[in-house]
Write a protein that binds this ligand. Structure first.
Ligand SMILES: O=C(CO)COP(=O)(O)O
Length: 158
């Protein structure tokens, strides 16, 4: 499938989504405490319970969406498709089944499709936050929604 791409500029101040499954929330909280001095200079958001726990225990301002199982993962996915999230820190749990597994997969799929930085565990999150790219500006290549819609509309035989 031929895909038209476009360039999106990522600012120094990043939009960062924070998400963790229940048995991973302590790991993500510890990670945010460890990197609080860096994170305070960025726009933070997250699924409902994760965002609440992090803001309560770190004092960081974290915009709160719906809880993951109640649509929060999908809300974040929608933001990613609008290029409103630059980094996804998602400590998902490989040892537990989730009632909203399709939403979890959708969030991981859409963040990969839109070529944003994704960390799924502490080590990869450490790599991202200490990268020179994290503290600077850069451009990413992403799928060009509008151009692809036009192409598809032309190709579909009616
Ligand atoms: O379930 C989640 C991600 O899939 C996280 O949701 P909460 O932050 O509301 O627990």
């Amino acid at each position: 499938m031929y895909i038209v791409k476009k360039t999106v500029h990522v600012n120094k101040r990043k939009n960062i989504a924070l998400v963790a499954h229940d048995f991973k929330k302590d790991e993500l909280l510890n990670w945010t405490l460890k990197h609080k001095d860096i994170l305070k200079n960025h726009n933070l958001m997250g699924t409902g319970t994760t965002a609440t726990i992090i803001s309560q225990h770190t004092g960081l301002e974290v915009e709160k969406f719906a809880s993951g199982p109640l649509g929060g993962d999908q809300q974040l996915g929608a933001k990613i498709s609008e290029s409103l999230i630059d980094v996804l820190i998602f400590f998902w749990d490989p040892l537990e089944t989730q009632p909203h597994d399709p939403d979890v997969k959708a969030l991981l799929r859409i963040s990969t499709l839109y070529n944003i930085a994704i960390a799924n565990c502490e080590t990869s999150a450490d790599y991202i936050i200490t990268s020179p790219m994290f503290s600077g500006e850069y451009d990413i290549e992403i799928i060009d929604n509008l151009a692809n819609i036009e192409n598809r509309a032309e190709q579909i035989k009616l």
